[in-house]
Design a protein around this ligand. Structure first.
Ligand code: IPM
Ligand code: MN
Length: 370
């Protein structure tokens, strides 16, 4: 799975090739990307039936600072033609628009690629000293965050005066139908909630307060009629913040509006040891891209201290999407193994003792030894 043919196992006609655009990002982004590419190289040595064909593009805050754009049109075109975009975190706190919002983020990707489903797994891995004391695997749910509308559709479009500002929440029938359907299909592909093995989709909203989210719930229920095999329930978002701390094992797939998903996925990440362990997929009908859920942590940049596991598990999500599930599983198994055997140990702030590079090498070695 590299661009170079393995001498012993030369690729045959049957070798699948996947074109992957790589964005190395800002802050800790480049070192996380190096770590993940090192792990993918080890995966490639074990799998000679596919290759990843990488094409690197520059994007993010550093690009914005020098050119005034964070994403070039030709990069967007390349992403649309590729099989996937693999990106590291972007953004720098000092690179901002006049209204105070960050200029280096690639928020336009989600709407531009119509990747309406933001898939955020929350799984308690072995060996992690998480604030919630529970057995590995006893927390294993996926937040499906609607990614193209909700309150964040207002991104860059907030209106007001010097005295008042408003952003608008937009929930559409079509947008909610497709995200609900995505959540139900995802639940069908999984093994159910850890606590009782039942396949379940939980609709998280504030239907008690906001008409827009009452509408979201109504559409969820309508779509749910097509999925009688999946247990269906509703949960208010504030109660969800409590539930995901007190009773996380009950949850399997949770579907929600954009802002709620942004917030609750960080909360979920914290419960299983921190967002430095959390990966995500942005999936649409035609395009997909893959990134950690956290930011670019510029204060840690270049120090070889950041946790690369989020980016490494993001690579696994990408391989799943490309249909290379056995390669993806080998990454997840290797990550579990190095954590379980304390080959990689995280300190109190979630950073790998021994550094970013050493952690990545440990995961790569675990893949080779598997
Ligand atoms: C995330 C991030 C982004 C978001 C930021 C960086 C724009 O927090 O992916 O969760 O708000 O969606
Ligand atoms: Mn976020």
């Amino acid at each position: 799975m590299s661009n170079m043919a393995d001498q012993r196992n030369p690729p045959t006609d049957a070798v699948r090739s996947h074109r992957v655009i790589v964005i190395r990002g800002d802050g800790i982004g480049p070192e996380l990307m190096d770590a993940a590419l090192l792990v993918l190289e080890a995966v490639g040595e074990q799998h000679d039936d596919f290759v990843l064909d990488y094409v690197e593009h520059e994007a993010g805050a550093a690009l914005f600072r020098t050119t005034g754009v964070s994403l070039r049109p030709e990069t967007m075109e390349a992403i649309k033609e590729a099989d996937a975009l693999f990106k590291a975190p972007v953004g720098l706190p000092e690179v901002r628009h006049a209204d105070g919002t960050e200029a280096g983020l690639l928020g336009g990707l989600r709407v531009g690629l119509d990747t309406y489903a933001n898939v955020r797994p929350v799984r308690l891995m072995p060996g992690v000293d998480a604030p919630i004391k529970a057995a590995p695997g006893s927390i294993d749910y996926v937040i499906v965050r609607e990614n193209t509308e909700g309150l964040y559709l207002s991104r860059g479009k907030g209106v007001g005066t010097t005295e008042v500002m408003t952003d608008t929440m937009l929930i559409s029938r079509k947008g909610t139908q497709r995200i609900a359907r995505f959540a139900f299909e995802l639940a069908r592909s999984r093994n159910g909630a850890p606590s009782d093995g039942r396949r379940r989709v939980t609709c998280v909203d504030k239907a008690n307060v906001l008409s827009s989210l009452a509408f979201f719930r109504q559409i969820f229920d309508e779509v749910g009629v097509d999925y009688p095999d999946i247990e269906q329930e509703h949960l208010y978002a504030d109660a969800a913040a409590q539930e995901l701390v007190q009773r996380p094992g009950h949850y399997d797939v949770l579907v929600m509006e954009n802002l709620l998903g942004d917030i609750l996925s960080d909360l979920g990440g914290a419960t299983v040891g921190g967002i430095g362990l959390c990966c995500s997929a942005n999936v649409g009908d035609d395009h997909a891209y893959f990134e950690p859920i956290h930011g670019s942590a510029p204060g840690l940049a270049g120090l070889d201290q950041a946790n690369p596991i989020s980016q490494i598990l993001t690579a696994a999500l990408m391989l799943d999407h490309l249909g290379e599930t056995s390669a993806a599983d080998s990454i997840r198994r290797a990550v579990d193994r190095v954590l379980d055997r304390a080959i990689v140990v995280l300190d109190a702030s979630g950073r790998p003792i021994g550094g970013t590079r050493a952690a990545a090498r440990a995961v790569a070695d675990a893949i080779r030894l598997a």
